[in-house]
Design a protein around this ligand. Sequence first.
Ligand SMILES: [Zn+2]
Length: 135
Amino acid sequence: MQMASYWRTTQQRLGMVGEVCPHCGTKLFPPRDVCPECSGPAKTPFQFTGRGEVYSFSTVYSGPEGFETYAPYVVALVKLVEGPLVTAQLTDVDSQDLYIGMPVEMVTRKMREMGNDGLVLYNYKFRPSLQPVLG
Ligand SMILES: [Zn+2]
């Protein structure tokens, strides 16, 4: 069971798979199996494009334990083109170049390397998109 759950989480993070509500069409990310709009069950997988725009952002100057070496870093609320808002770290951008509405795209980055067991954790981040956000 633990392995299955691990792989589900990994796929979700690497491929940005969320869910879509079969009743009203609302897109969910991260997946939560219940539609926030109509409270119906929403377990249909949905592949997000990983594209969106900066909705708001702030700079973190002291990271949580284990992430100190990454500070300062920028955390943004990104509005995906499919609708949901996700919180994620921004990468490949100077904070002074950031603006609300900046087009961004998801990238998968190595977040943290563990010890001798070689376990590496990945998570998604967003970087400035070279193409304008469509529609
Ligand atoms: Zn719904």
